[in-house]
Write a protein that binds this ligand. Structure first.
Ligand code: 6R9
Length: 644
């Protein structure tokens, strides 16, 4: 590991010092630092104030106006990039399409014209429930062109979850497809939308892209085929300049309560941060072929499949389907076919592919690769090393990027563009410029090296979300009260003797299942909404591939009888309420759940039992719960009938 990152050890500390001094410089006068980057974007009117910080609410580039689609597409159409590929798309079924910036621009404009013809105006919201096709980013950019805030709902969510999100933001239009392909089967997206829209009176129109061609019901007057609308649309619509603080999108994410949080991103600050981080972390040039494998339904897709690579005029790969379909070397085939040079993916995917052994990647030419990225959860050293050796042939630095839906873009990561520090397997290294991070104790005091504490961010950054949609109080509560004046992301972290940051997983009730962010409370609420369930407690259990899986302990109502059939029914119920991504791997029927006197479920205990590990010292129970009662409940959990 001495040459990880291609840097001989003797040079490593020198490099670190150089990078850290650059990082420190950026914090000396952050406003001019960010203003300089912001001036690389296209603005209609220049801002008069870089940052208005009224804690915990930040407004970036106040007074400035711009348009996201103009920055992402119009800019390139006016240059030689007009005929450069924006997206190289591959369907799971083998179909391929290349979309140039010129073509992309025309489609964005035509869809914007469709939206205009529907009477949509700046500020109206649009929801999307799409497979991974080029029309997905086209729809996002078309919204941005008119200043229509959009919300994307990941296609692994159920009709109930989709309806909840549509209703929360009062979407007037839903953009979807007749289906998408996943492991050779058709995802019935339109049917899900139909069920969700039934309960969502705000929705006036549904635009349906034809992906699979199979028959789907179309409701006269409400549902419209994408291609029919586009045929009548005009090929240019002037971009609507919006205020820098205008809502670009809302992305619902999980927290510690059952209700998803609508993370609200601005236009100006978000785009500036996306633009900067793309360059620092991926160092992409015009001749790179960049592939971020994330689904666009997640924030990684929003920032690093759509906005950031487009602003830089890059060529991105989008692959629609499953990573091992029809064969487990599908990804390596794609890297070889398009000569991918930058690959950005998640530890869970790396571990899945690692399981198939070294032979498959070895059968493909992967020598085009030059930078490898990781995101979504801590990457374990074994997966890191395999990625580095077998995929990167020991030549490609791994950028382990820590960030969140809320942060808008990458916060902590190595930076090949600004100066690559010596890498360490499993560390995201240092904060990027303009980002001031720290590790603190319970009271918010900075911790010395090697002590585990909470990650905090000490000053606003342009990509930070503006608020939680329609709920500024919850925004304040969740993120800014744990440590006054510090942003609390909810992660454990530690710094080592050399100051490297090690991200150690969530400190709250958020779990990451195959990189998908879910709240235990969401799954508990779904279980409890079933008539047989009295109470439920859910925990993440460490899993060698998925990072975590969901384990549920369920206390039934008096009349209900534990059975495999009921367990299956509960899983289907969770699927219906949230979606397939939230189905518990195992459900245990418990006689009682360990609780404190005040009735709070003791999560530490639940988690330990789920993991099959040590429960720890019961005498330190918060909220003077009776040790005996707790012990009995734990016994109940441990002997609970396992039915799955
Ligand atoms: C981008 C994204 C955010 C949470 C975050 C943390 C975990 C993400 C990580 C990482 C360790 C990394 N996380 N990247 N943990 N190392 N490189 O994943 O957003 O879905 O909102 O999740 O994911 O726990 O707080 P999101």
């Amino acid at each position: 590991m001495s040459d990880a990152g291609g840097l001989p050890l003797e040079k490593a500390s020198q490099h670190r010092e150089q990078y850290l001094s650059l990082q420190r410089d950026s914090l000396r006068d952050p406003e001019s630092f960010w203003a300089k980057i912001a001036s690389q974007l296209v603005w209609h009117e220049k801002w008069n104030k870089v940052l208005l910080w009224d804690p915990p609410f930040a407004q970036w580039f106040v007074g400035g106006t711009l348009n996201a689609s103009e920055n992402a597409v119009d800019k390139h159409v006016k240059s030689w990039r007009k005929n450069k590929a924006a997206y190289l798309w591959e369907g799971e079924n083998g179909e391929r399409r290349t979309i140039t910036y010129g073509e992309f621009h025309r489609e964005v404009n035509r869809l914007a014209s469709v939206f205009q013809n529907f009477g949509l105006r700046k500020g109206d919201t649009v929801a999307m429930y799409m497979p991974l096709v080029p029309e997905f980013p086209i729809a996002m950019l078309a919204c941005a062109r008119l200043g229509l805030p959009f919300t994307v709902v990941f296609s692994g969510f159920s009709a109930t979850a989709l309806a909840e999100r549509i209703q929360d933001c009062q979407a007037k239009i839903v953009v979807t497809a007749d289906g998408g392909y996943r492991r050779g089967k058709i995802l019935e997206l339109k049917t899900v939308v139909d069920d969700a829209v039934k309960e969502s009176p705000s929705v006036k129109h549904v635009v349906v892209f034809r992906r699979t061609g199979h028959v789907v019901p179309m409701i006269e007057g409400r549902d419209h085929w994408w291609h029919e609308l586009m045929a009548k649309a005009s090929s240019y619509v002037a971009p609507v300049p919006v205020e820098s603080t205008h809502l670009l999108y809302i992305l619902y994410t999980s927290g510690t309560t059952g209700k998803p949080k609508g993370v609200a991103h601005s236009t100006g600050g978000y785009l500036v941060f996306a633009y900067a981080t793309q360059e620092w972390v991926f160092d992409a040039k015009d001749d790179d072929v960049y592939w971020c494998t994330a689904d666009i339904g997640w924030v990684t897709g929003h920032t690093y499949v759509v906005f950031a690579p487009l602003m830089h005029g890059l060529t991105s790969v989008i692959y629609e389907g499953a990573l091992d379909y029809p064969r487990p070397d599908r990804w390596w085939e794609i890297v070889e076919r398009y000569r991918v040079s930058i690959l950005y993916t998640a530890p869970t995917a790396i571990r899945s592919l690692m399981r198939y052994g070294d032979d498959l990647p070895k059968q493909h030419h992967l020598d085009s690769l030059r930078i490898l990225g990781s995101v979504g959860e801590p990457i374990n050293p074994a997966a890191w090393q395999w990625y580095f050796d077998v995929i990167g042939h020991g030549r490609c630095p791994i950028v382990d990027t820590w960030w969140q839906t809320e942060t808008g873009g990458i916060m902590i990561s190595p930076s090949p563009r600004l100066g690559l520090v010596q890498l360490k397997a499993g560390s995201a290294t240092f904060p990027l410029p303009g980002v001031e991070a720290d590790v603190v104790d319970e009271k918010g005091n900075s911790l010395p090296p090697s002590e585990k504490g909470f990650l905090v961010i000490k000053r606003p950054w342009p990509g930070m979300f503006m608020t939680l949609y329609n709920d500024p109080e919850r925004y304040r509560q969740v993120y800014w009260t744990r440590f006054p004046a510090l942003y609390y992301p909810g992660d454990y972290a530690m710094r080592d003797a050399e100051g490297y940051f090690w991200l150690l997983g969530r400190a709250d009730e958020v779990i990451k299942v195959a990189g998908h962010r879910l709240g235990t409370k969401e799954v508990e609420d779904a279980l409890v909404s079933h008539p047989s369930v009295a109470e439920a407690a859910v925990a993440g259990k460490p899993d060698p591939i998925k990072g975590e899986t969901i384990v549920a302990f369920v206390m039934l109502r008096k009349m209900a009888i534990p059975s495999n059939q009921l367990s299956e029914e509960l899983k289907q119920h969770v699927r219906k309420m949230i979606g397939p991504i939230a189905i518990p791997e195992s459900i245990y029927f418990a006689r009682a759940l360990p609780k404190t006197r005040s009735g709070k479920i003791m999560r530490r205990v639940i988690k330990a039992v789920a993991a099959g590990g040590q429960i720890g010292d019961l005498s330190t129970l918060e909220d003077d719960a009776s040790v005996d009662e707790v012990r009995q409940a734990i016994e109940g959990l441990q002997t609970a009938e396992k039915t799955t």
